[in-house]
Design a protein around this ligand. Structure first.
Ligand code: COA
Length: 465
């Protein structure tokens, strides 16, 4: 019995900052943000929102849209890197919020944990819950995996224009209507790294942007190598002499810290997959230069970054490759639709690839393409670091759900705020009772801490009807 994503729901906070205002305030060319990063609007959590309330809101929408009742759900997992407590798991807050609506103890059977591994943990949570169902442990109940994050970087830092906020809730079931995961192909890679991390007590990460970008590419490529071996062994992909595995994957959905990173990841993977194929000669002819080779054949991240001459030549080659018709054709057909949401929401850490999946389905459907049977390859990455590559096939009933998707409507009417107000939110000078917007039909944070020491750090939420 196939297992996979039966439906998905999103929650995006309604405040945003516009890239032109941001560029002006920081003295950056707006074209750098629009094209170099690929951002137009960055979603911001209001003072009365946090990753737990966003997760509960996405989950509630998923349950309402599918007329799901607590007894239909066996597990609720929350994957996040914006944890609210060092010990208490985020899914416990979510259960507490949902039970305000569905009734006390109605979800007491729905066990789960908060998962952490930077942006990749949602993919691990999906894999584990898929296997829970495959193993026959679910007692005919579904699992819900929620990915929820607030991407927040230091004011004035290079990461500041890759912020965003939001959550995606995914319903995992047997015989899913949207995407069934391929079996025996999921591949992971892991390494102890400090490309991006957030020590205890710090609200914003310490990040080496260039290093993290390159590490992301290398690790996803390595996981793809194992995926390839497994996919060939499992027989889901059969390669002829002049073919690459990417020829057999109809859509490519990758981790999206920002839109441009998706475009660059595709270029990196295609170069890797194509350089030994006959087509490469024609591509390098169109580019007008040979692909640069690093001096150190080990190709470790340290040796590549130290090879300044190679890095410079490789950048030139990469940019030229990205404007070839070979790259453009694959980009337009297999990736472009997955990037549309990222440009108007921003970075969602754990949720970014899944918002990308949702974007892919909605905008490919609008092209009147028959999506049934199309294979989606996923390249998930989390700093620190681990990558996961897996795939799934779009199912026959996808139209029922995808025809109802509408990103603008599902985000709802949005309010642009000034850079001054954004900075107040960023510095946490507005408290949970000083939100910019009135909440409607959603969970909000209404209290932190109590009058007595034994309630220190308590977070309380309510459903604002
Ligand atoms: N017009 C158009 N494009 C412009 C431009 C202009 N005026 N000025 C610069 N650009 C382009 C650059 O050419 C570059 O494009 P490229 O990627 O195709 O080479 C892009 O804008 C980014 O500029 P760059 O100066 O290279 O990087 P940056 O210092 O702005 O930092 C990040 C970008 C992503 C490294 C930084 O935002 C960051 O650290 N983010 C957080 C970490 C992260 O997201 N890591 C990802 C892996 S998980």
């Amino acid at each position: 019995m196939p297992v996979g994503i039966d439906d998905m729901a999103i929650y995006v906070p309604k405040l945003y900052i516009d890239y032109k205002d941001f560029a002006e305030a920081r003295g950056i060319d707006p074209q750098k943000l629009e094209y170099g990063i690929g951002i137009k609007k960055m979603a911001l959590a209001d003072a009365n929102q946090d990753p737990a309330s966003m997760a509960a809101n996405a989950c509630m929408r998923l349950m309402k849209n599918n007329d799901l009742h607590p007894q239909d759900i066996g597990r609720i997992y929350v994957a996040t890197e914006s944890g609210l407590d060092e010990s208490k798991a985020m899914n416990s807050f979510v259960i507490g919020m949902l039970e305000q609506v569905y009734g006390e103890s109605t979800l007491e059977h729905a066990g789960g944990i908060e998962c952490k591994f930077a942006c990749v943990s949602g993919s691990y949570a999906l894999y584990d819950n898929t296997n829970w169902i495959r193993a026959g442990e679910s007692n005919d109940k579904a699992a819900i995996v929620i990915v929820s994050d607030i991407a927040k970087y230091d004011l004035g830092s290079a990461g500041e224009y890759t912020q965003g906020a939001g959550a995606v809730a995914l319903l995992i079931k047997e015989n899913p209507r949207l995407v069934a995961f391929d079996e025996r192909v999921t591949s992971t890679i892991i390494k102890n790294e400090y490309d991006f991390y957030r020590p205890f007590g710090k609200e914003t990460p310490l990040v080496n942007g260039l290093y993290s970008n390159l590490l992301y590419l290398i690790q996803v490529r390595k996981a793809l190598e194992t995926y390839k071996e497994k996919a060939l062994k499992a027989g889901i992909i059969v390669l002829r002499d002049d073919e690459s595995v990417t020829d057999h994957i109809d859509y490519i959905s990758v981790h999206l810290p920002y839109r441009r990173m998706g475009e660059k990841a595709l270029a990196y993977l295609l170069r890797h997959e194509w350089r030994h194929l006959p087509r490469w000669k024609k591509i390098t002819e169109e580019i007008g230069m040979d692909e640069p080779v690093p001096k150190d054949p080990r190709g470790t991240i340290e040796s590549i970054l130290a090879d300044v001459e190679f890095m410079k030549a490789d950048e030139k080659f990469r940019r030229a490759f990205m404007i070839t018709k070979y790259y453009q054709d694959v980009f337009d057909k297999k990736m472009a639709s997955s990037l549309q949401a990222s440009a108007v929401i921003g970075n969602l850490y754990t949720a970014s690839m899944y918002m990308g999946l949702r974007s892919l389905l909605e905008f490919e459907y609008l092209k009147n393409i028959d999506l049934y049977g199309k294979r989606i390859g996923f390249g998930s990455y989390g700093s620190g670091c681990s990558a996961m590559v897996f795939s799934g096939v779009i199912q026959e009933k996808y139209k029922e759900l995808v025809s109802r998707m509408n990103l603008d409507r599902d985000i709802g009417p949005r309010t642009k705020i000034s850079i001054e107000d954004y900075e107040k939110l960023h510095k946490n000078t507005r408290k949970y009772n000083e939100a910019f917007l009135d909440a409607e039909d959603e969970f909000i944070l209404v209290n932190i801490g109590g009058k007595t020491a034994d309630r220190a750090g308590f977070r309380e939420y309510c459903y604002a009807g």
